[in-house]
Design a protein around this ligand. Structure first.
Ligand code: ATP
Ligand code: MG
Length: 411
């Protein structure tokens, strides 16, 4: 893509009412735009990042048997009355239409997915099964000071699993754990992300949160210095020693909950009367698990972890482009290199704008694309293109013919 064609522009300053680093950098670089507190537009560059994150998650969900669906945002009040959450869920957005019919804007989708599954599933032979979606959620968040980490409207991947036995739910829960580890490794935050024990509420012993350690975190986790097991602050109170190794030496870290997995058991199937006869004709309760990841929260977490004073430093797997090609002065070589890269399916943003070298370099650092390649009279005289990684200081000149080979090798 040519940068001169991009309708969004970089900005020197972030909005004054935006204290979080993720939103400041993403807004300044033109990845997102703020509409109001907790509500953002995803701009062309930002959507490229979101789609990469989405595809990584989709691949991992498909591997564990997930079937992708897309459920509505606008949801009937009756479903929410059935589970009692119309009254108990504080952050539920309620809307009314012209004929005074009340509806909910979905903050999560148990109330929709359970009756949906119930319509199609009438035999024990249909179990287990798993459905997931990428969908907008609405939540009346009180605090909306963390940029895209805490939106009032945000995109979530939510997977729901349905089982007839506890053993089957347990086994799938472990599979989902593996998928989640893969997702966080592949998006670059694996090293910083801990599968953390959290309280399971009233219907399960415990659940797990995936907590990414960073000073921007709103949560506090305790990590065992002996075995690295992590426990959320809230359940830490229940246990003095590490549940795994019985050690009692913990370190406290601030962390962001990037995802969580939860055994719902029969909590949502009971209100809808979703039961199934097993092979012996005995009626059995349907058990469920749910598994969430906020895509914006994950994107914002990546920015919180990977940035410096000049801008973002994207991990290659989620970067909007692989290489930022910068031409200094008009030269036909830059255009030729751009075409060459595109022919070789290398994702390239070409800064062909009429701007100063200083402006172009500053923008490249702000945008955070993994490689920067500068084509100038000076680089051409020295034999080619000056290439540098965003997270390294040293640059080197490489021959134009070697550029594609080099970029392909680095994957
Ligand atoms: P939190 O405690 O941070 O409010 P939660 O327990 O309400 O999170 P869940 O309902 O379990 O979160 O949602 C699943 C996932 O969706 C979370 O792990 C997080 O990644 C994401 N998420 C939740 N709320 C938001 C939000 N307001 N903005 C962006 N992502 C969110
Ligand atoms: Mg919440």
């Amino acid at each position: 893509m040519k940068q001169s064609q991009l309708f969004t522009k970089t900005q020197k300053d972030a909005p004054k009412d935006e204290p979080s680093i993720n939103a400041q950098l993403l807004i300044r670089a033109g990845y997102i735009d703020k509409l109001m507190a907790g509500v953002y537009t995803i701009l062309p560059l930002g959507l490229r990042v979101m789609k990469k994150i989405e595809n990584i998650i989709r691949e991992e969900m498909n591997i564990i048997g997930g079937q992708e669906i897309f459920m509505p945002t606008l949801q009937p009040k009756e479903n929410w009355m059935k589970t009692g959450r119309w009254k108990t869920m504080d952050d539920l957005y309620k809307v009314k239409d012209g004929s005074d019919r009340e509806m909910a804007l979905g903050p999560t989708h148990e109330e929709i997915v359970v009756p949906l599954a119930q319509k199609y599933i009438n035999s024990y032979r249909d179990f287990p099964f798993y459905a997931y979606q990428f969908q907008n959620k609405f939540r009346m968040e009180l605090r909306s000071k963390s940029g895209i980490l805490r939106g009032r409207e945000f995109i979530m991947k939510d997977l729901y699993s349905f089982h007839l036995t506890e053993e089957d739910l347990d086994a799938y829960y472990e599979k989902a754990t593996k998928a989640y580890e893969n997702i966080f490794h592949r998006t670059g935050i694996g090293e910083k992300t801990y599968r953390t024990f959290a309280s399971g509420g009233s219907f399960s012993k415990y659940s797990h949160e995936y907590q990414a350690v960073t000073p921007a975190g709103e949560d506090l986790i305790h990590i065992c210095n002996k075995c690295e097991l992590a426990v959320n602050e809230e359940i830490k109170n229940e246990t003095e020693v590490c549940p795994n190794c019985k050690g009692n030496d913990f370190r406290k870290e601030k962390a962001i909950e990037v995802g969580n997995i939860f055994k719902l058991n029969n909590k949502f199937t009971v209100p809808f009367g979703f039961k199934i006869k097993n092979e012996r004709g005995e009626e059995r309760e349907v058990l469920m698990g749910c598994y969430g990841i906020g895509l914006g929260r994950l994107m914002g977490t990546i920015v919180e972890i990977f940035h410096d004073e000049k801008g973002i430093i994207w991990p290659e797997s989620v970067a909007p482009f692989k290489i930022h090609l910068i031409s200094l002065g008009k030269n036909k070589e830059a255009e030729e290199i751009y075409n060459l890269l595109r022919k070789n399916n290398i994702e390239v943003l070409f800064d062909d704008r009429e701007a100063t070298a200083g402006q172009k370099f500053a923008d490249a650092d702000l945008l955070g694309i993994p490689y920067r390649a500068v084509v100038s009279e000076k680089s051409l005289q020295a034999g080619g293109v000056e290439i540098k990684k965003r997270n390294e200081k040293e640059s080197e000149i490489i021959k134009i013919e070697k550029l594609v080979e080099r970029l392909k090798k680095e994957v």
